[in-house]
Design a protein around this ligand. Structure first.
Ligand code: HEM
Length: 237
């Protein structure tokens, strides 16, 4: 694929991945979000859902590109999409910390403007025990945080120089964490939904298909490799 086409497609991927965030920003700035009965809940769910969608899109790249060598260039977008999954996961976490958990963001910003940066910490110290309590009591928060940590590790080790420093094999091994993040993300969703209200069976089905595709690919590769090794054994005898 020509370089100019890759650049154009990358621009498109940026736009597509930023679209939900820009939409949320627009929703907020026009005042429409304030009309929602529970804006914080809305943002939490919006960012949580988009984290999962983008994470699944990132996982889908490898099985799709294996369908034909002609679309091998798709792999060039995996890192970018993965970083957007981390971006939405961090927005989601920040929503939880700064909005969901009762952090008084407007007062903190006013204090900062008035030259009292210490108030940011005071505010944080007030909500910290509640967050810790949530973390210890609610398993969906624990598994969500685990998923975020996986994505964090993937994001910080994504630059090429870190990959070189780690060595390709170690880097690839660490990057299997993308599967752990997606599985933990789906478990997080199952554990937080109220039965009968909404269940994440669609996300689970997509993840199941993607994991199955990987298992089938590995099994097929092993089968293809077997006759070759048997041949080597026979010729050695
Ligand atoms: C990769 C990481 C994560 C993913 C994929 C994820 C995904 C989701 C999804 C899909 C929802 C539900 C959306 C809906 O019902 O429409 C959700 C809700 C939520 N998540 Fe996460 N999440 C992640 C990490 C976290 C973390 C780290 C925290 C907090 C420490 C967190 C806290 C919450 C809360 C409080 C809710 C709303 C619960 C409620 O409705 O009572 N999530 N998340």
């Amino acid at each position: 694929m020509p370089k100019s086409a890759i650049i154009t497609l990358k621009l498109l991927v940026h736009l597509l991945c930023l679209a939900p965030f820009l939409w949320l920003l627009h929703f907020y700035t026009t005042g429409a979000l304030a009309l929602n009965p529970d804006p914080v809940n809305y943002i939490t769910h919006f960012t949580g859902n988009w984290t999962l969608y983008i994470l699944l899109a990132c996982l889908a790249i490898t099985p799709i590109r294996r369908l034909s060598p002609k679309i091998a260039w798709l792999v060039r977008f995996r890192r970018l999409i993965g970083l957007y999954a981390f971006f939405y996961a961090t927005l989601h976490l920040a929503t939880y910390v700064f909005l969901f958990s009762g952090y008084d963001l407007p007062s903190a910003i006013n204090s900062l403007r008035a030259g009292h940066p210490g108030d940011l910490v005071t505010e944080w110290l007030q909500i910290w025990p509640g967050i810790l309590d949530d973390l210890l009591k609610r398993r969906f928060i624990q598994v969500g945080l685990f998923a975020w940590l996986c994505l964090f590790l993937l994001a910080v080790t994504s630059p090429a120089f870190i990959m070189r420093a780690m060595g390709g094999k170690n880097w690839r091994r660490l990057h299997y964490l993308i599967y752990a993040a997606a599985i933990a993300g789906v478990i997080h969703f199952w554990w937080l939904v109220k039965a009968g209200v909404r269940t994440p069976w669609k996300d689970t089905a997509v993840l199941g298909v993607l994991l199955l595709a990987r298992v089938v690919y590995v099994a097929l590769k092993k089968r293809q490799a077997k006759p070759a090794s048997t041949r080597v054994e026979h010729s050695a005898r």
